[in-house]
Design a protein around this ligand. Structure first.
Ligand code: ZN
Length: 317
């Protein structure tokens, strides 16, 4: 692609955006598994204090960088700049492509403006902003979340309309008629399985368009995360009960857990909106040293002390 030739040392950046639980890590893993022969660097941002997503990334021979405990567009923007300086510096790994997974609460527009700072202008170019949309959950988001999710859609060059298999054809038609993303190319997917050639080499970003101003309020003021770590084992039945009864303010939960009765398998927990999924990884993934869990939601209606107590009640003695 022409844009990849615009500077000999210019790194092509793909920014993967999308609301909490839309499938960003799954898409990133799909790209890493299916793209060969390209020196890639990966930068993963997790809003929670524990970077669960980076633990779930397939380990290839790429450069892996992480930003945790905040949103890369506001709270940890300075860390983003420092990581980019290091990556693109003379002693850096000189990747050909950088895949950035934003946190589910990040504003891609603000990340794009950071990527356009003068010190990066010659050294990277934005190939595309990809925003994932969870077909099943999008219509159910509470107001502040819906506004943020909409902002993420409006900036995108490419929309991956994900989890289309979880709604009916007529629901899908209704969703598409809402014109949530008037400017982007749309690709429907299940499990974020999209051919890399449809996503990479887009050759330019629509982010130069003038968009509505980004709110200056930091995302950490509106949203909150709660991390939980323990060496004790979780019991399955009370954990399932808890997931069914999570307060509505808790929109997203993810974790890598040790379960009672499964001494050699790690359990992955994903909760989005009102849907929860617990799955066991094959034994070759091994058992983590401890269980780690992150819950993310609106600051209002999020009682950390009660969540900790509820989680502790799920542990085996
Ligand atoms: Zn932010």
């Amino acid at each position: 692609m022409f844009s990849e030739l615009q500077s000999q040392h210019s790194v092509a950046v793909t920014l993967i955006s999308g609301f909490l639980g839309a499938g960003k890590t799954t898409l990133l893993n799909h790209l890493l598994t299916h793209v060969q022969g390209l020196r890639m660097a990966v930068l993963v941002n997790d809003f929670g204090a524990i970077n669960i997503d980076s633990e779930l990334i397939v380990q290839q021979s790429q450069t892996m960088m992480t930003l945790a405990n905040g949103c890369m567009c506001c709270t940890v923007e300075s860390d983003l700049i420092a990581q980019l300086e290091q990556l693109l510096g003379p002693d850096g790994p000189q990747p050909e492509r950088l895949l950035i997974e934003a946190s589910g609460l990040s504003s891609p527009q603000k990340i794009v403006s950071t990527l356009r700072y003068p010190q990066f202008r010659q050294r990277l170019h934005i190939d595309a902003v990809i925003t994932l949309l969870d077909a099943a959950q999008h219509g159910t988001l509470p107001a502040p979340m819906a506004a943020l999710a909409q902002e993420q859609l409006e900036v995108a060059d490419i929309i991956v309309l994900n989890k289309v298999d979880s709604i009916t054809p007529s629901q899908l038609a209704t969703l598409k008629q809402q014109w949530l993303y008037p400017n982007a190319r749309v690709i429907e997917s299940r499990y974020a399985a999209v051919a890399p050639e449809l996503l990479l080499g887009h050759g330019g970003s629509a982010c130069g368009r003038s968009l509505r101003p980004v709110p200056t309020q930091e995302h950490a003021e509106q949203f909150v995360s709660h991390s939980f770590e323990t060496q004790r084992l979780f019991r399955l039945a009370p954990l399932r009960r808890l997931l069914r009864q999570l307060p509505v303010g808790v929109y997203r939960a993810k974790g890598i857990l040790r379960l009672e009765g499964y001494p050699d398998r790690r359990c992955l927990l994903h909760h989005v909106g009102t849907r929860s999924e617990l799955s066991l990884d094959p034994p070759e993934f091994g058992l983590p040293g401890l269980s780690q869990l992150v819950l993310i939601g609106l600051r209002t209606g999020f009682d950390e002390a009660r969540l900790t107590a509820a989680l502790q009640a799920c542990l085996a003695p």
